[in-house]
Design a protein around this ligand. Structure first.
Ligand SMILES: Cc1cc2nc3c(=O)[nH]c(=O)nc-3n(C[C@H](O)[C@H](O)[C@H](O)COP(=O)(O)OP(=O)(O)OC[C@H]3O[C@@H](n4cnc5c(N)ncnc54)[C@H](O)[C@@H]3O)c2cc1C
Length: 319
């Protein structure tokens, strides 16, 4: 830069053309700098000012962020049983699918911006079959292919529930704000060959997420003991039947209404190669595994202790 200013001011340098030489070199360098900066700044600003940008530098933007809440569009909302909803969503700023994996259990946080609260929900790699809905008004779930960016939430609405009343009242075209993923469990123990999942109510989403993710690759054989106070809707039952047919899972149902509660004898005995998961309301978690304590690591009690399960092979999914 110094030689550029000097060259400009010094007539001698100009007369021998040296100044002009420096001048034109510097101009080229400045032009190159300008073009380089523009190449970075223009796409960045286009992305920044366009909230609907689905691509970033030619590749699809990530649908979820662990730091920020991203907007997702409600593409369907069906009440499949009284107060039980399937909410279908797609990312508003991405064409990519969510990070499905049969080696992980994960959830997302949904925000209610009206009262600034957030709660966890377990996404499912499925979408509604639009044909069945249109033809016979039937709700049928189709497992996603790798490219599908749509997914569903199964949400139980509580009449005094701050979050679920908000989620379930969203219409098609409205948005919901999601942040995540929160990894609730990552499978990294090679000696484990069986999962025993004790679930209640919408806790069924946990085995369904795991079992419906990446179905081509090997799954850990999973036995599910599901307790409900309603008969499971046909749309979920069909998914479970297909998983059983593929030989990767076995489902046992317990219906609170007909007083068919899960007992210790229904739970497989603990082995060195199995892991137990407990997902459901607090009362259910206490009954199955004893009070979890604040971090979920309190000693195992309840029915699981009677079947030799302990804290080393029991995972409680709590808030
Ligand atoms: C990891 C994780 C994943 C989850 N995934 C799902 C999911 O996929 N689908 C889903 O519907 N929920 C899921 N939940 C539960 C969810 O986060 C909320 O707690 C639930 O939706 C209630 O929120 P709310 O704000 O409407 O109710 P709140 O305002 O918190 O509570 C309203 C009333 O409902 C009662 N209540 C709340 N939750 C339960 C319950 N589970 N059983 C019985 N009574 C209850 C409360 O005692 C209260 O009386 C998950 C929770 C965790 C920790």
């Amino acid at each position: 830069m110094r030689s550029f200013r000097f060259a400009n001011r010094n007539p001698f340098h100009r007369s021998i053309g040296y100044g002009r030489l420096l001048d034109s070199r510097s101009k080229k360098r400045n032009l190159a700098l300008f073009l380089g900066a523009s190449a970075v700044a223009i796409p960045l600003s286009l992305h920044y000012f366009n909230p609907d940008a689905k691509y970033f530098f030619g590749s699809a933007a990530e649908p979820l962020s662990q730091q920020y809440f991203n907007k997702f569009i409600v593409t369907n909302n069906q009440e499949i049983e009284r107060n039980l909803y399937l909410i279908e969503l797609e990312p508003s700023q991405s064409t990519k699918s969510l990070p499905w994996s049969n080696q992980k259990i994960w959830s997302v946080q949904l925000k209610n911006p009206l009262i600034q609260i957030a709660r966890h929900y377990t996404p499912l790699p499925v979408h509604l079959d639009p044909g069945a809905l249109q033809k016979s008004n039937e709700v049928v779930l189709v497992p996603n292919s790798d490219e599908d960016a749509r997914f569903c939430l199964l949400v139980k609405k509580y009449n005094d529930g701050d979050m679920t009343r908000y989620i379930c009242s969203r219409n098609i075209g409205d948005t919901l704000e999601l942040r995540g993923p929160s990894n609730d469990y990552i499978h990294d123990e090679a000696h484990i060959s069986k999962f025993v999942m004790l679930t209640a109510g919408t806790g069924i989403t946990v085995p369904l997420q795991l079992l419906l993710s990446e179905k081509e690759k090997s799954h850990i054989y999973t036995e599910v003991l599901q307790s409900s106070n309603i008969e499971l809707p046909l749309v979920l039952r069909r998914l479970m039947e297909d998983l059983e047919k593929n030989g990767i899972a076995k489902f046992h149902e317990f219906d609170d209404n007909s007083r068919k509660f899960v007992t210790a004898n229904d739970i497989p005995l603990a082995t060195s190669s199995s892991l137990a998961f407990v997902c459901g309301p607090n009362g259910y978690i206490n009954y199955i595994s004893g009070p979890p304590g604040r971090n979920g690591l309190a000693p195992v009690g309840g029915l699981l202790r009677d079947r030799n399960w302990g804290i080393k092979n029991t995972i409680r999914l709590i808030d």
